[in-house]
Ligand binder design. Structure first.
Ligand SMILES: C[S@@+](CC[C@H](N)C(=O)[O-])C[C@H]1O[C@@H](n2cnc3c(N)ncnc32)[C@H](O)[C@@H]1O
Length: 305
């Protein structure tokens, strides 16, 4: 029976770890309880006998049961930290992944910022200074909003095909104080930006579009496959459906020597590089675990018409 912190954690750990094999179930139980109590996690260790109210007990049971069924912790808490910033998330957006921070750190270096503490694999000339960055498939806004937060000289145009995702992204931009420098557009890839006068003027385009090959969709871990939007994950037969369509259009928007950064899953580096339009240089960047994670395209000096 749940009466206090220690009995709640005992029950939560049992349900998550013993009964449902949830990785990090013990940590999840602690994070859920601390959040529910509005306390730091260390409070749980200091006050194991702290009594829970009937409301707190029933709320805790409900959240742990949902976690046991596979619902991602980020959706249960309504937030996920990304690039040190607290993003609101719900089930209309992909939960921002730590591996995507490599793309943002790389873009920040190309925009003239300092290298990240762990060092960056990129040693490329800086992006042209136009003040305009585009984030395609922005989801929660994780990439575009982080760029605007850490690079205060830029304006970001962010697109997404999902109106519900854009609502979340707009909310995050407002909460994180960058609404005046991040504008959101609903539609396919770069199409909604066509009426703007930014063609040939974009310094960097970032894209973390769906890249999971369709055949792998059924093999995703339950908390991903059953809860996160499939429209944020399924990248067609080889995972490159969206990137194949984005590449030729990106050239219309990039300034000479501008960059296009695309997140990939390991194994897609070479096939994606092979799609580079004439005159582009390319680079595959690995993450800290040595896995391919990013392809960088650099537009030619004088663009091909
Ligand atoms: C893998 S999620 C990435 C979300 C966010 N950029 C991130 O890194 O957390 C891909 C996003 O692309 C969006 N998307 C899918 N197809 C699209 C399209 N044709 N045009 C624009 N956005 C698209 C999805 O709605 C989803 O928000």
């Amino acid at each position: 029976m749940i009466t206090d912190i220690k009995s709640a954690l005992r029950w939560g750990r049992f349900l998550l770890m013993e009964e449902n094999n949830i990785d990090f179930g013990s940590l999840d139980a602690e994070v859920i309880l601390a959040d529910l109590l509005g306390r730091e996690r260390n409070f749980l260790y200091r006050e194991p006998d702290y009594p829970l109210t009937p409301d707190q007990r029933s709320h805790f049971r409900d959240l742990i049961t949902r976690r046991a069924q596979g619902e991602p912790l980020a959706y249960l808490l309504g937030r996920r930290e990304f690039m040190g910033l607290p993003f609101y998330v719900d089930n209309s957006v992909l939960v921002p992944r730590p591996e995507t921070e490599l793309l943002v750190e790389t873009a920040l270096v190309l925009l003239g910022g300092p290298s990240p503490p762990e060092g960056s694999a990129v040693n490329l000339p800086p992006a042209p200074v136009t003040g305009t960055v585009v984030d395609v498939g922005t989801g929660s806004g994780a990439i575009g909003i982080s760029l605007a937060h850490y690079s205060t000289q830029i304006k970001v145009c962010a697109t997404d095909i999902s109106p519900a995702a854009l609502e979340v992204a707009r909310h995050n931009a407002a909460r994180l104080g960058v609404s005046d420098r991040v504008a959101f557009f609903s539609g396919n890839l770069l199409d909604p930006l066509d009426p703007l006068s930014i063609k040939g003027k974009v310094s960097i385009i970032t894209a973390n579009l769906p890249y999971i090959p369709s055949v792998e969709m059924s093999q995703l871990p339950k908390d991903v496959g059953a809860y996160e939007p499939h429209s944020a994950l399924d990248g067609g037969p080889d995972g490159l459906y969206f990137y194949r369509r984005l590449l030729p259009r990106a050239g219309e928007y990039l300034a000479p020597e501008g960059y296009l950064l695309m997140e990939i899953t390991p194994g897609q580096g070479q096939p994606l590089q092979a799609l580079a339009p004439a005159g582009y240089t390319t680079r595959v960047v690995n993450d800290l675990g040595g896995r391919e994670r990013l392809v960088i395209f650099r537009a030619p000096q004088a663009k091909n018409k």
